[in-house]
Design a protein around this ligand. Sequence first.
Ligand code: SF4
Ligand code: MSK
Length: 644
Amino acid sequence: MITGKSVDASVTYLLEKVGQEEIETVWHRSENQEPRCGFGELGICCRTCNMGPCRIDPFGEGPRTGVCGASAEVIVARNFARMIAAGAAAHSDHGRDVANALLLAARHPDSGYAVRDAFKLKKVAAMLDVTVENRSTQEIAIDVAEKALEIFGQQEGEIPFIRRAPEPRQALWRRLNVVPRGIDREIVEMLHRTTMGTDQDHRNIMLQGTRTALSDGWGGSMIATELQDILFGTPSPLRGEVNLGVLSERDVNIVLHGHEPVLSEMLVVASREEEMVNMAKSQGAGGINLVGMCCTANEILMRHGLPVAGNVLQQELAVITGAVEAMIVDVQCVMPSLPDLCRCYHTRLITTSAKGRMTGALHRPFSEENALPSARAIVQEAIMNFPNRRRVDIPREKMDLIAGFSHEAILSMLGGSFRGSYLPLNSNIINGRIRGVAGVVGCCNPKVVHDQGHVELVRELIANDVLVIQTGCSAIACAKAGLMTPESAAEYAGKGLAEVCRTVGMPPVLHAGSCVDNSRILVALSEMVRAGGLGKDIADLPVAGAAPEWMSEKAIAIGQYFVASGVFTVFGIGLPVKGSEAFYRHLSAEHEKMLGGSWAVEPDIHRMAALMIDHIDLKRKALGIDKGKERVLYDMGMRRELAV
Ligand code: SF4
Ligand code: MSK
């Protein structure tokens, strides 16, 4: 039996169940991979050309270079930079699909898509130099979508959202020549420069790594977030529920998993149609229960308050409940194990994207042009599968949360709907009630106890009066642990933060959305600088970032764009760069000097919290607002509460 894998009781419960049924999960496969390849973990294995694969001996007795003469620095830098390129590609291709959907909505009002936030459309139009005066929403939307699509293929100049960063940051990027020219261009150049025999200077490789990462955070991801808000509505605070207990015994359960709301928004519409609900009833179900998984969950939660079944490591467990009629997937973070697993249950696994097909799954192509009819057909397929249900075993665990903290929502929450401003936040940072702000984001990873890193880190941060903003699977982990209710402030937050939360009526941990919505955090940080009193650049702010349980290449792209934007960022588990001390020094001390932000790696969660809080205190001191606050140490009682 597999034990001690998660701090979430629903996971432990279902892992016990699979032990009796001899079903394999991500945790079993992770154990089967031990011991892992040390060269891979250190980043000193190269497969760039067919003279290899090559590996460097980290202890100095074996090869010091690859066959071509590539050093550890070059090999580690190339591997790292290629992860940035892959992550940026994933986020940005998501943004491209959203831009196409906006174009469709504007050109074909009968497509089922429509502009839901015309106010935001105008704001984004102004940033993209699209004229808004005396023009219809439709005309503006066409221009905004076309302009956004142009940014991907732009060859020269600067991507426009860079101008949202504080002036000194923009100037620094220009000095270093790392302002992205176009999104696709930077990703292509990154891949070119890391082919055999091209860029062979680890610092130069990382300059392009920075430019590629910025083309994600301030480019592709920002386009995805902004255009999704225009199309589907800008999130504002709403209540939701999270964890596997949201699955229903009496309803048809449809799990939406992946990333792009272009599909899931239409499934929401289709599943609410009377005809579909009646069809579900005719099959003996009470109705239709649409729930999300991973980042799709964050998207439909933020805009519709729909329940979240879990984060990335819970995708198999949802199927194992026996209660899922259909799991609908699009792109990213969908485990290849699902087809075999679904065959052991009655669950229909349906792929919908031409970019993400799976052998053994049903493929129902979803195109923006045929959105609503395709969504109806998929919902119908799930309904017709309801009578095939066998034994159902749904864990009881579920938790309330408040989500929907877009940058706009934070503005109006702090300063009122008419005079939204970050000034109240800055004032509370200056007066010391709030010590600083932390972005805690990223995935889950079976190499460590599921959710534990996220939950312990965030609890320690808020106990020390650090306001936390979250996205992705990390947000889901902390929501499950009950950290996203306004009541949690009194229970877990330090006195100052709790006081602010009570006054404003907000939780101490703010759910800001999915992976691409990390761009919301970039905007929020820029606005904090603009509001005044906390320096002139993001690097001056008392803020820090972390991804305690990261696994995806997207996390590396996110980490690099946060660091390049001036944020001290700590990753847990380990980074595959330690095979070159010189490269790690470049990411840490040299990046700090050059960009005012740096990477750190710290697998111990309490040391990670200490690093972040110390950094925040250092910035407070530099700003002259330090009041000599003591760091609250997490006591054993608090740790025991989290024990498995
Ligand atoms: Fe080996 Fe160099 Fe080829 Fe990499 S690029 S596989 S180090 S020969
Ligand atoms: S889904 S990228 S596991 S956060 Fe965005 Fe979660 Fe990480 Fe995928």
